[in-house]
Write a protein that binds this ligand. Structure first.
Ligand SMILES: [Zn+2]
Length: 223
């Protein structure tokens, strides 16, 4: 496959490109774009990725593969359980403000081990070893609200817990990053929270903050 000739420059175009790539992946029609010698050479001096993908580190959710993209297309930031901290937010801001990416994806997936470990820690008191606890500590704020009604956390299904976590992560990112929020307000960027399903490879929209076209823009919800 030859190098991409036109890289998306708007949130809507970037979203359309990611959607197309994920459909190709789901249907086993991948083009493996931007992975040849020409593309490598073209990128040696500079990069203009069209999306920041901030996702879970899970080995089964590799961004370039599931969106059928190549070198120079995606600025990828990954942590276990897609948990945020200051260097993660700084990395995402770099992709948007410095490199000019018009879209940020927060990529969650089903059967996330970080979410499961957090539920385990909160219901049994089992504390993960070493700095793994820091990951769990950053998932807790996403799902602790579910217990407000008094219902035990371990009675919620994994899909509900994962959904809450990705929604909270997207809102948290938008809330913490002043520069990203400004880009969203001015229409230069948008944030899309996606839930990826391991079995079928499809990434589904959980939430949109900003405008990605086709009537999918929404007002950012408040915590
Ligand atoms: Zn995960």
């Amino acid at each position: 496959m030859t190098a991409a000739t036109t890289s998306p420059t708007t949130p809507a175009a970037a979203w359309a490109e990611l959607c197309s790539g994920n459909v190709r992946f789901v249907e086993d029609r991948m083009l493996h774009p931007s992975q040849g010698i020409d593309r490598r050479a073209e990128l040696s001096a500079e990069q203009h990725p069209f999306a920041v993908v901030f996702g879970c580190s899970d080995s089964r959710v590799a961004a370039e593969i599931i969106f059928d993209q190549g070198l120079g297309d995606l600025f990828v930031v990954r942590t276990a359980g897609h948990v945020l901290d200051t260097t993660v937010i700084g990395s995402i801001e770099y992709g948007v403000s410095v490199l000019g990416a018009p879209l940020v994806v927060v990529l969650a997936h089903d059967s996330c081990g970080a979410v499961a470990a957090t539920v385990d820690a909160m219901t049994t008191g089992n504390v993960p070893p070493g700095f793994v606890q820091a990951v769990v500590d950053r998932v807790i704020p996403s799902i602790v609200g579910l217990t407000a009604s008094g219902r035990p956390l371990d009675t919620f299904d994994a899909a509900t817990l994962g959904h809450e976590h990705v929604l909270h992560t997207a809102r948290q990112l938008h809330g913490y990053s002043v520069s990203l929020a400004k880009e969203v307000t001015e229409g230069r960027c948008a944030i899309v929270a996606l839930e990826y399903t391991l079995a079928d490879g499809r990434a589904r929209v959980a939430q949109v903050i900003g405008d990605i076209g086709a009537g999918m823009g929404v007002v950012p919800p408040q915590d």
